[in-house]
Design a protein. Structure first.
Length: 441
C-alpha cells in the first residue's frame, strides 16, 4: 500500500498528541512514511514535537518526523495537510468570550460576536496555509478543522475556489457517539444519518441502522428527556460545562421535536440563559487553559524529561479517527459517507446555492459529492438564512476591510440585541484584535 506524508499545521495544538497517537493506531488503514509539524510559535510547538519525537521512535521508528516553522520544509512533498490552528491562541479566545459578556451578550468561541472576532483573525492565516500548500504541494489535500469553521469554509469557497480543501467539524461526530451510546449501540458507525444545516447550526432528520430500521424515534425520546447526556463517561468532552451543554439539547430540541439538534443551537435559542449562567471572569478559555492545555503540555514535558513515553497519561483521541476516514476516502476513493461543510449547490433545494452547508457527502478521490437533503422547513430556513448572511458578511468585511459590513454582520447575529450594542462591541473587538484584523475603514 502507498505510504502517505502528512503535515499537521498547528503542531503546537493541544489536540496534536491525541491525533498523532490516533494516526499510529490506524497505520493499517492509512500507512504513513512522514509526519511534519508546522506552527508559527516555535517554542510552543517544541514541547509537543519533543514528546512526539520520542513517541515515534518508540512506536513507529520507520516514520520520518520533522518539526519546523519554515513553510517550504513543511509543505513540500506531502499528501495531506491537517490544519487546526488558532490565530491568537487562548489569550485571544479568552477575549472573544469575555468582551461580549461585558455587553451582556453570549461569549462563545464560534458563535455570535466571539466567533465573528475569531473568524476575522483566522481567515488570513488559514488562506496563508492553503497558499503554502498550493505552492509546494499543489495536489495535496487540505483538511481543515480550524475554527470558526463556518466562516473559514466560506472564505475558502469564495477566495480559494480551486484548491483541494475539505472543511469538517467533529461536533456531529461527538453527538452521534452520544446518540449511539444512549440507545445501546457500540459505535456511531452503526448509524446512517440525514442531516442538514450550517456548521454548529444543524439538525438530524433521519437516523437508521445498517438494515434501514428507523432509530430516530428512540433517539428523539432520549433527547426530549435527557438531551445528549448518557451514562458513558469514557466519551470526550467530559467537563462539567460540556455536560450542561448536552443537557440543554433537551430544550433546543423542544423547538422542533421531529428532529434532533446540534448542541450549538442553544446559544441562538437561549442566549439570555447562557449569559445568566456565565462567569464573566472565568470562561471556557480559562477552563481549557487550566485543564487540557496544562495537562497536555505537562505530559509532553514529562515525556521529554524522562526520555520515554512509558507511563504517560496522554491517550489516543479515538474520536479523531474521522480524520483518518477522511484521508482514506480521498487516498483510496472509499466513497465513505461523512458530514462535511460544502457549497450547497442544490443539496438543500430551497436554500442559497452558494451557502456553505453541513450535509452528508460521499467522499472519494475527487472530493465530496453532497447528498440531496431536499427542502427544509420554514423555521430552520429562516434561522439559516440569517446566520449564513452573518457568515458571508464577515468574509466580505475581511476581504473588503469594511467596518460597515462587519457592523452589519454583528447586528444581524441573533445573539446581538441591537445595532447599538453591535457597534459598541465592534469598537471593543477592533481594539482587542488590532494585531490580527485588517484595518477596517
Ligand atoms: P491551540 O491554541 O492549543 O493550538 C493552535 C496552534 O496553532 C498553536 O500552537 C498556535 O501557535 C498555532 N498557530 C496559530 N496561528 C498559526 C499560524 N498562522 N500558522 C501556524 N500555526 C499557527 O488550540 P486548540 O484548542 O488545540 O485548537 C486548535 C484548533 O482546532 C482551533 O481552531 C480549534 O477551534 C479547532 N478545533 C476544531 C474542531 C472542529 O470541530 N472543527 C474541533 C476541535 C478543535
Ligand atoms: C467541539 C467543536 C469544535 C470546538 C470544540 C471546543 O469539538 O466541534 O469546533 O472547537 O468543541 O472544545 P473546547 O474543549 O476547546 O471548548
Ligand atoms: Mn466544530
Amino acid at each position: 500500500m502507498k505510504k502517505f506524508s502528512i503535515t499537521i499545521a498547528g503542531g503546537g495544538s493541544t489536540f496534536t498528541p491525541g491525533i498523532v497517537l490516533m494516526l499510529l493506531d490506524n497505520l493499517d488503514k492509512l500507512p504513513i512514511n512522514e509526519i511534519k509539524f508546522y506552527d508559527n510559535d516555535e517554542e510552543r510547538q517544541a514541547v509537543i514535537a519533543g514528546a512526539t519525537d520520542i513517541i515515534l521512535k518508540e512506536k513507529a521508528p520507520e516514520i520520518t518526523f520533522t518539526a519546523t516553522t519554515d513553510p517550504e520544509t513543511a509543505f513540500s512533498n506531502i499528501d495531506f495537510v491537517m490544519a487546526h490552528i488558532r490565530t491568537g491562541k487562548y489569550a485571544m479566545r479568552e477575549k472573544d468570550e469575555k468582551i461580549p459578556l461585558k455587553h451582556g451578550v453570549v461569549g462563545q468561541e464560534t458563535c455570535g460576536p466571539g466567533g465573528i472576532a475569531y473568524g476575522m483573525r483566522s481567515i488570513g492565516d488559514v488562506l496563508e496555509l492553503i497558499d503554502f500548500k498550493d505552492q509546494y504541494s499543489p495536489d495535496a489535500w487540505f483538511l481543515n478543522y480550524s475554527n470558526p469553521a463556518a466562516i473559514v469554509a466560506e472564505a475558502t469557497r469564495k477566495l480559494r475556489p480551486d484548491s483541494n480543501i475539505l472543511n469538517i467539524c467533529d461536533m456531529p461526530i461527538g453527538i452521534e457517539e452520544l446518540m449511539a451510546s444512549a440507545i445501546g449501540l457500540s459505535s456511531r458507525k452503526e448509524m446512517e444519518v440525514k442531516y442538514y444545516g450550517l456548521n454548529h447550526f444543524g439538525w438530524w432528520t433521519d437516523i437508521r441502522d445498517k438494515e434501514g430500521n428507523d432509530l430516530l424515534p428512540q433517539i428523539r425520546e432520549h433527547v426530549s428527556k435527557y438531551g445528549y447526556v448518557t451514562v458513558d463517561e469514557s466519551i470526550q468532552h467530559a467537563d462539567a460545562s460540556w455536560n450542561s451543554t448536552f443537557a440543554k439539547a433537551k430544550d433546543v430540541q423542544a423547538l422542533d421535536p421531529a428532529t434532533v439538534p446540534n448542541t450549538y443551537l442553544k446559544y441562538y435559542f437561549y442566549p439570555d440563559h447562557e449569559v445568566a449562567k456565565s462567569d464573566p471572569n472565568y470562561t471556557r478559555a480559562n477552563e481549557v487553559m487550566d485543564g487540557r492545555e496544562k495537562f497536555v503540555f505537562g505530559e509532553c514535558q514529562k515525556i521529554i524529561d524522562n526520555g520515554t513515553s512509558e507511563g504517560t497519561e496522554l491517550h489516543i483521541d479515538e474520536h479523531a479517527s474521522y480524520i483518518v476516514d477522511l484521508a482514506r476516502a480521498i487516498a483510496f476513493n472509499t466513497k465513505e459517507r461523512m458530514l462535511l461543510i460544502v457549497e450547497n449547490n442544490g443539496a438543500i433545494s430551497n436554500f442559497d446555492p452558494t451557502a456553505m452547508v453541513e450535509v452528508p457527502c460521499l467522499v472519494g478521490s475527487q472530493g465530496p459529492e453532497p447528498l440531496v437533503q431536499g427542502e427544509i422547513p420554514r423555521f430552520q430556513k429562516g434561522l439559516m438564512e440569517q446566520q449564513v448572511a452573518v457568515e458571508k458578511l464577515v468574509v466580505e468585511a475581511w476581504n473588503e476591510k469594511s467596518y460597515q459590513k462587519l457592523w452589519q454582520a454583528l447586528t444581524l447575529s441573533r445573539i446581538v440585541p441591537s445595532a447599538q450594542v453591535a457597534k459598541d462591541l465592534l469598537d471593543d473587538l477592533i481594539e482587542a484584535n488590532k494585531a490580527y484584523w485588517p484595518e477596517l475603514t
